[in-house]
Design a binder for this molecule. Structure first.
Ligand code: HEM
Ligand code: HEM
Length: 459
């Protein structure tokens, strides 16, 4: 198979990509710290004296928006700004447009999250940012899409390697579903009425995960793993089957968040069937990546950046075995509304997407800055802190969720189950502390790398 990876490529582009990835590393520290404060409030509600800006109801949305849109999505958009031009053997159409999108994107998040702390929220999960911030996000998306589309039109490389499909396709779909999901044509509340609103909301909510984060993360893994393994991609055909089947399946599964709600039964049925069918895109991606790395895993994981990414793909498998399972009504009868769901959410967003995002940053950093990573030891430490933290949190919250779900199922009242959650909430905060420390180690390592003298590093 002719591989784009084997051909000579243009030097990597810098400013926009670095700006996005650096700000993402910063948002990770802030976002994870907010999660830590929120988790602490669950074990000691009076500790912070009910400061209005950070009461749990507000800090939860600040946390989720910053870790999802600020950390993982921003990091991977940054990666796309260097990987796409590299694979197309064409410079990014305009660094200036890129920087404009970077500034508008980050300002919108900042304004939106500060507004959340003042209580300005549209109160729909992952669509909480108020309308002015939404407008900023959409402008940033349009600037990015303009830049990527012009780069595609100017491209030297005719064959579109699968990462380009995932990055650019994912961003087009994200922009479209952002407008729809935030009901931006109703600016004063950003919502419709009744069940149609719930259906459209979760169409969007799962698209944030499946058509924004997943394609960006998979696109990055498709770039890093063959390069780190120094092997051509196992199969171009499999990669395209994975891309198109992801588009077909993922767009239909949002209603699996509403199995306990009065959504139309036919919609629930489609969401369950397609949740199970997600096995197809997930398996094709993983078979393709792992067959590419076959026989080279030991050497690949010597590279700490590639190790982050490779482990991210393993966690993707676990998330996507758990996902179809918890889409079955018989399972959700126990797990829904319990800590089981945040267990899945952290493993997915931090374990799968976050590990791939940070690994890709480390992988690209020497090429785009001409500087080696300041300390491999610190990167290894960060890897273990994040991996141990997220796995521990996953196990802890899964057990907590099963305890809650079984008690409720057998008629126990919520307030009588609550005291037994204390110990699980303490463990969650301890695991969260590891993740926050990992985030701080990461940004320190990256900033120190940028402060060293540039060397000749091959891109
Ligand atoms: C960058 C790392 C992190 C990511 C990507 C992340 C992601 C998320 C996501 C997606 C949710 C929504 C879960 C749901 O609605 O089911 C969430 C909620 C939450 N996270 Fe994190 N998180 C991170 C770090 C942390 C840390 C360090 C803590 C510290 C304990 C933490 C504590 C919480 C809490 C308390 C909630 C609310 C759970 C609830 O409402 O029951 N997170 N996080
Ligand atoms: C085969 C793929 C997957 C399936 C079938 C699946 C299924 C589900 C289901 C059924 C829920 C709702 C559980 C409930 O409310 O009771 C859920 C929640 C969630 N999933 Fe997945 N999942 C999959 C993959 C992923 C991936 C790849 C991500 C992240 C990139 C992800 C992130 C989340 C998050 C953040 C939530 C919490 C949503 C909330 O706040 O309520 N999932 N998933």
């Amino acid at each position: 198979m002719p591989s784009v990876m084997q051909k000579e490529a243009q030097p990597l582009q810098h400013t926009t990509a670095l700006g996005y990835m650096l700000s993402a590393a910063g948002w990770m520290v802030v976002g994870a710290t907010l999660g830590f404060i929120g988790g602490t409030e669950l074990i000691a509600p009076d500790l912070l004296g009910n400061i209005p800006w950070i009461v749990f109801g507000r800090i939860r949305a600040m946390h989720t928006n910053l870790v999802m849109f600020g950390f993982v999505v921003t990091m991977l958009i940054g990666a796309a700004h260097t990987i796409v031009p590299h694979l197309l053997r064409t410079p990014l159409h305009s660094e200036k447009v890129g920087i404009a999108s970077l500034v508008v994107w980050n300002l919108s998040l900042l304004v939106g999250v500060v507004a959340l702390s003042f209580g300005y929220t549209q109160s729909r999960e992952y669509a909480e940012l108020f309308w002015p911030a939404d407008i900023g996000v959409v402008i940033a998306f349009l600037l990015m899409l303009y830049n990527f589309t012009r780069t595609l039109m100017n491209r030297e490389e005719k064959l579109l390697y699968v990462s380009v499909w995932y990055f650019v396709g994912g961003l087009y779909l994200s922009a479209a579903t952002y407008v729809i999901g935030n009901v931006m044509w109703v600016p004063w509340k950003g919502a419709l009425h009744g069940m149609p609103d719930a259906v459209i909301h979760w169409f969007y909510g799962h698209n944030v995960l499946g058509l924004m984060m997943t394609p960006l993360a998979v696109g990055a893994a498709y770039y890093v793993i063959p390069r780190a393994a120094k092997a051509p991609l196992y199969s171009h055909t499999l990669s395209l089957i994975g891309f198109w089947s992801l588009l077909v399946m993922y767009t239909h599964i949002g209603t699996h968040h509403l199995l306990q709600a009065p959504a139309p039964t036919w919609l629930k049925l489609i969401s369950i069937v397609d949740s199970i069918a997600m096995i197809i895109p997930v398996a094709t991606v993983l078979v393709n990546l792992w067959m590419t790395a076959k026989g080279r895993v030991a050497s690949l994981t010597q590279d700490i950046a590639a190790r982050f990414v490779f482990v991210g793909t393993i966690l993707y498998l676990i998330v996507c075995v758990q996902g179809p399972f918890q889409s079955l009504p018989v399972v959700q009868r126990i797990t829904h509304f319990t800590n089981w769901v945040p267990a899945h959410a952290h493993l997915a967003v931090l374990g799968f997407v976050g590990m791939i995002a940070f690994g890709t940053f480390y992988f690209l950093l020497p090429g785009i800055t001409g500087r080696e990573i300041h300390s491999r030891g610190l990167a290894v430490l960060q890897y273990w802190l994040m991996l141990f933290g997220v796995s521990g949190m996953m196990v802890d919250l899964t057990i907590a969720g099963l305890v809650q779900g079984h008690a409720w199922f057998h008629g126990e009242t919520v307030y009588r189950v609550l005291p037994s959650m204390y110990v699980y909430n303490v463990v969650r905060v301890m695991m969260g502390g590891l993740i926050v420390t990992g985030a701080c180690v990461g940004i320190y390592n990256v900033v120190r790398s940028l402060l060293t003298r540039p060397q000749e590093v091959l891109s």
